[in-house]
Ligand binder design. Structure first.
Ligand SMILES: Nc1ncnc2c1ncn2[C@@H]1O[C@H](COP(=O)(O)OP(=O)(O)OP(=O)(O)O)[C@@H](O)[C@H]1O
Length: 380
């Protein structure tokens, strides 16, 4: 015989345990999301719950089942757990979407709303291969490990690499017109690479890129984020202009190597801020040196490019653009990327990981860009 929830101490403990189960995509307790349809606890301690999935093919059904079983089995007095998975009907899905998007379920780019507190960083580089994506992923993971809510939009549509760097093979879940991004290491990630089959090259032109970015920013449910990174394609292409139009408050973070020639092209990527009215949050110098076994440093790509670039950008944009840090070359950084385990998490003790974590700390301290946000000031 089953008893209704809340009626016994055991049923209350079961409900409290269920409230600790977090939906892997929405990152909220399943009890808050209307996902627990029913809970029954027998006098013998057998628990039977019905969980409503957002869609029938939910790729995370196994995870949700295992998490419910683990949480409930740990409750003293529970002798058996049976999780019955069902699927939300349209009315339940609509209610969930409304809950997530706010009353009225309004569409639009949430990061542009007046109340948004998300800091947006567009990570740019002059040329490819300087480590822009590796830096983005490591900064995001370092910040998420500190407890911040972090997302990445891989806007490098021609050379998307973020999912692989974070070991993500899972596709986003679609709940009608809402896209739920996969989460890795606590970071919500969306990439054009998740929407193309296999490893196909993407040959899109400007307007399609703009539309894709707009769709990512509008339809992907990130929830409340502290920091959003946009991994831009190298150079000063259409997408940088689109970012400026769609997210005027995005601040530019420029990644370069110490090489003078790399700094020259990177300056163009940063200087676009003067045309778009955005601010430049700083410069990250990557591949700064290689530490040799005797402790000496070999400067493979020369030296000083990051500092020169920061000075030049300060002069160009008319505001202080700091050199946020120098990241040494480290084979482990490349290996971590290949294995989908970012260095700051896999080998946090290495000098490169420490440099990246230091830069992440400096980024966390950067105030939110205000361009494009109504300040609510009234003229007297
Ligand atoms: N500090 C570093 N030490 C060792 N290897 C690095 C370092 N930074 C990046 N790499 C490696 O260099 C390669 C290029 O890095 P990454 O893909 O991050 O560059 P990118 O600038 O994003 O390139 P693109 O824009 O062309 O996609 C990768 O194999 C990466 O593992």
């Amino acid at each position: 015989m089953s008893t209704p929830p809340h009626s016994t101490p055991l049923a209350q403990a079961v409900n409290a345990a269920l409230a600790t189960v977090i939906d892997p995509e929405l990152r909220r307790p399943i009890t808050e999301l209307g996902m627990v349809e029913s809970v029954a606890v027998s006098a013998e301690g057998a628990v039977r719950i019905a969980v409503l999935l957002t869609i029938s093919g939910c790729p995370l059904r196994g995870t949700i089942t295992a998490d419910c079983e683990a949480a409930l089995s740990a409750v003293p007095g529970v002798t058996a757990v049976d999780v019955d998975l069902k699927v939300m009907n349209q009315a339940q899905r609509d209610a969930l979407k409304e809950q997530l998007r706010g009353a009225g379920g309004q569409r639009g780019i949430p990061f542009n709303q007046p109340g948004s507190l998300t800091k947006v960083f567009a990570v740019a580089s002059g040329k490819g291969g300087v480590g822009k994506s590796s830096v983005t992923v490591n900064l995001a993971c370092a910040l998420a490990a500190e407890g911040l809510r972090v997302g990445i939009v891989d806007a490098d549509v021609h050379g998307f690499s973020v999912p692989a760097l974070m070991g993500i093979t899972q596709s986003p879940t679609r709940v009608d017109d809402m896209i739920l991004p996969p989460v890795a290491y606590g970071v919500k990630v969306i990439s054009i690479g998740m929407f193309v089959a296999g490893n196909q090259p993407v040959a899109w032109r400007g307007p399609m890129l703009h539309r894709a970015l707009e769709q990512f920013l509008t339809d992907v449910y990130f929830g409340d984020l502290d920091i959003l990174f946009l991994d831009l394609p190298p150079g000063t292409g259409d997408i940088a202009i689109s970012v400026a139009q769609l997210l005027p408050q995005a601040q530019i973070l420029v990644v370069t190597t110490p090489q003078a020639a790399a700094a020259d092209v990177a300056e163009r990527a940063g200087a676009i801020a003067t045309q778009t009215g955005q601010s430049v949050a700083g410069v990250v110098e990557n591949m700064s040196y290689l530490e040799l076994p005797d402790g000496s440093r070999m400067e493979l790509f020369g030296s000083g490019g990051g500092a020169v670039l920061a000075d030049r950008l300060s002069a160009t944009v008319g505001a202080d653009v700091p050199l946020l840090g120098q990241v040494p070359l480290d084979i482990l950084l490349r290996e971590g990327g290949d294995a989908g385990v970012p260095l700051v998490l896999g080998r946090p003790e290495t000098p490169a990981a420490r440099a990246l974590s230091g830069i992440a700390g400096r980024i966390a301290a950067v105030p939110r860009g205000l361009t494009g946000i109504p300040l609510g000031l009234q003229p007297r």
